[in-house]
Design a protein around this ligand. Sequence first.
Ligand code: HEM
Length: 915
Amino acid sequence: MNKKYLVVLLPAIFSITSCTPEDKACLEMFVGGLRPVATDRADRFEGKVAKTTAFCRGGQRAVDFMAFPWVDWGNYYATGDAGSRYPGDTGNAPLSKNGLGVGGALLDLEYQRIELIKFNLFDNNGTYRTYILGNNRKAGPTVKSWDELRLPKDHPNYAQVGGDAPQQVCTGDLIRKRTLTGICNDMLNPLMGSTNQLFARNVEFETTFPEKALNELTRNRHGGRIGLLKPDPQVISRRLFTRAQSHPDACRAGLGTDCDYQRAPFFNVMAAFWIQFMTHDWFSHMEEGHNAAGYENTGCATQLVNNREEPLSPADIARLGCHPEDRIDVGFVAQNTPPGLFTRPGSPRQYLERAPLTMRNTNTAWWDASQIYGYDEISVKRVKRDPADPAKLLLMPLPGKSAADGLYLPLLAASDPMNPQWAGQEATAFPDNWTIGISVLTNLFAREHDIFVDEFRKQARLTPTADCGLRNPASQSKVIRYQDVTPEELYDVARLVVAAEIAKIHTIEWTPQLLYDEPLYEGMNANWSGLIGSSNQELTKILQRVVKTFGKSNDPNFATTWYSAFASGPGIVGIGSKDRHWDITKPASVNGGVNHFGSPFNFPEEFVSVYRLHPLVPDLLEYRDLKGDPNRIAEKVPVLNTFRAKATEMRERGLGNWALTFGRQELGLLTLRNYPMFIQNLPMPRLESATKEIDVAALDLIRDREHGVPRFNEFRRQYGLRQLTSFDDFVDPDPNLPAPARAEQQDRSRVLRELYGQHVCDASKIITDAQRNADGSPINDCLGKPNGTLIDNIEDVDTIVGYLAESRRPHGFAISETQFVVFILNASRRLFSDRFLTSSFRPEFYTTLGLNWVNNNGPGAPVIEKGQPNGHTQPVSPLKRVLLRAIPELAPQLANVVNAFDPWARDRGEYYQIK
Ligand code: HEM
């Protein structure tokens, strides 16, 4: 809004009520206007606002927490539970104290997103040079197609996309569906997001692979202290990741009858398996469940003693319980030759063209349910279609049971391509690390696929000659009637629908429960369907017009910078699909809604790192029986007894019982000392090693180091978050923190100091150019302390260790703010970049039935949830609807469930209560 109006308007508004000190701060904040988006990465927002702004949005409490490294918005009014609301202020009306709190948080998050899009996109394919230098016609961030993403000459579809024409364009059948390898999602960049493309980066290439100490800043930052096995990953695992057990004999390292774990009271085990199921769709570094040839050590060899590395004695090894003989197959590397360099006219700075090493994403990067449907010629052979109706996935009764008892995936046949470890498992595209959790979710969505096909066929019987909405671009004017749709077309439509439902569940159901507070509820719903919602049609139209206008702005750099903010109005999903003149024959229509912000879409290595969420998994599943007493834990089943082929036996207990089990049980908190016991000794029969076991917790650290993920402090600086200056910064500064929690956090800091050590700092050594000190000076090795001080080696902390050690988090956050900032960027981007969720989110691809199915969470009109959970009138959530359709026997258990990822029997209580 124009400042002139604000100056006139706001005193009037505040004069209506008596003017408090907070009101005055708000006035000052409004008059100050919006802060500009940073032009230099070192001047970023960092999640920190001016004192008056903090006071306006959260009062003295918000001001008190400003001194700490953590983002400010978590201390604003109404961003926590009922206790965070301004006294006497009900609701979240825009200019009320609560409204200013929640609105302020959303604004802060939007600033973060804008600057993340601006400063954190680094593509490894060779397009980064264009991003920095632009091409002949355009500034880098506004470039929309790249030669590097053309199909190569030997690709079977080369001719179909125009061969060596100056601009390859996908056409015909290639654009009608989610293709097997993910090519042609973007019509102008056929290779983008397809199988075997390179992982991207979110951090400057120069900061990757810090162990290699490739430049002076990195050398200064780590002083030669870190390496692939330095500090020792198994020692870190055993000292910082192991779950404390009150009865180790009962737990028996995850194979017993009773194991302790730290629980997240507002998130269930269904959510843990859900996110593993998602990652199997999005990315993988492995091929067919294995890595490259060759084996490497995984540690259990050394420890720091008084800041000196010393070998572990046999007694140390026995005490720690680690395994010096564990070996793992080495990770794949795509390129390891030194990257090229380039400069910018008029600047001495040299830029790397890519990271020193690159890795391939062996999956499609799209949200295309490829874990179910396949991502290459091998994986698709495991996907079975129903011979009686090839539009359907093959589902069968269990041996000795009837269809009425439920239908399940067939098992892998001996003729199917498979890693021998998978023998006896269910047949699906991505079978690695299979447990009963992944089995239930895969069966659930296979059932959903077939339910959609049944509904479509029902409609086809009722109205065979009606227009189903689908179109073939080869004959665009020809109406496709329900009766004309081939089984192949219907299969592809059902895949589109299932993939979009999954994306929707993740965006508006899983994530708001992971981040259980009002700003994130609003923010995630805005990503999907807009901040302003359908109730305000006029505003929707205005915002849509703004987006369109910005798309055509004369200053494309400006338009790109602000695009994500304006997209929050109408929502990202469906952007570019509502144009009255939309035309399936025109790439400008079909592809016009995508925005890659100048950098081709793929997941960055940093994203994989923050999704290493193994602590979510409990050791024992608290099995419940629908037909018995659902309120009683009938048995505790080790996850390991449901692993790989053992899931096949377990599924005979029925999808309903397992869904109830996962729905009721709380998952593991993402924090230190909470890795599953079983995962530290995971059996891996495929390995050629003495133990044939692996400590996956240690492997998480090793893989991150192999992939060149910067260590925690630089990781935060790169993403525009404040650095830490000592291990003590991990302790929550809240004065009301209960004493036992404080003691535990202090103990972790002590162990961090032992494991990572300390050094005498040298203030002449500059360690980063991503941020500066408050006075504008460069950040040096002493992190603000006097030269020569003995300081913590906080720079060396592995990113996973750091994000698990963060104890101060916004209310209801199951993840830390460091993980969250990675999500802000990439969760939006995978919507913005996907044609099928933007400009091709239309009946021509989904059919009218399919599009409505996604929008309304199933067939027919939307169904509204009873009551007003957390003050919202909202549709019954999409996963709850899928569960009710595919496992109807769950209906009584789901009656009072609002979000299928909230422990099912939990009383949600008042506003965002988490206990
Ligand atoms: C339930 C039991 C689970 C088992 C047995 C398991 C096992 C494994 C193993 C063995 C690896 C290492 C592969 C390698 O680099 O050689 C791995 C990687 C990984 N796991 Fe898990 N995992 C489980 C659950 C989860 C969950 C709940 C998540 C949550 C998102 C998760 C996310 C990941 C990620 C992101 C990777 C890296 C994948 C890549 O590099 O492409 N896992 N897991």
